[in-house]
Design a protein around this ligand. Structure first.
Ligand code: GDP
Ligand code: MG
Length: 163
């Protein structure tokens, strides 16, 4: 039985880029504008020979008509509720934002285990954000670059206990 991984985080942190890398195909739309993923995408992922089910979440677009925060929370809750483990992505180049803290505080209240993933860590520009992300209190961040495929072994190691 493959396990299920939900990719969570505020818009533009690179969730869909990571999703596409994990499924090995461009199933999710990657865009420079925040909130462009309209619906949830799901796929079969493979990482270092480990197979799992992965769910990409949008963040914004949803029919509910509530506040952005309420809509994000609903999507997050749906995806996380079905997942064995959640990846909370942050953008290391942007640093930790209030919305990242909002996600972290919310995820902390849910029973699903969370792995903090510091994306956009290629080069040196991500270092301050990576260290700042320790302050989210979500454990040690896994530095990755979804776009460049860096940190995939470390991500594999972090996910392995849930396989
Ligand atoms: P989402 O809204 O969280 O799904 O984010 P997207 O996957 O759509 O990516 C948002 C932007 O971040 C796009 O311009 C991506 O090309 C860019 N991006 C994603 N991953 C990385 C990365 O590892 N490094 C850098 N520098 N940019 C990235
Ligand atoms: Mg997206």
């Amino acid at each position: 039985m493959p396990f299920t991984v939900a990719i969570i985080g505020r818009p533009n942190v690179g969730k869909s880029t990571l999703f596409n890398r994990l499924v090995g195909r461009k199933l999710a739309i990657v865009h420079d504008l925040p909130g462009v993923t309209r619906d949830r995408r799901e796929g079969r992922a493979s990482l270092m020979g480990m197979d799992f089910h992965v769910v990409d979440t949008a963040g914004f677009e949803d029919e509910g008509g509530d506040s952005i925060e309420a809509r994000m929370r609903r999507q997050t809750d749906l995806a996380v509720g079905e997942a064995d483990v959640a990846l909370l992505l942050i953008d290391s180049r942007a640093g930790v934002t209030p919305l990242d803290r909002h996600f972290a505080d919310h995820l902390r209240r849910l029973p699903t285990p969370v792995i903090l993933v510091a994306n956009k860590c290629e080069g040196k520009a991500g270092a301050p954000g990576l260290y700042e992300s320790y302050g989210l209190g979500m454990g040690e961040p896994v530095p990755v670059s979804a776009e460049h495929g860096e940190g995939m072994y470390e991500l594999f190691e972090a996910l392995r206990p849930y396989a």
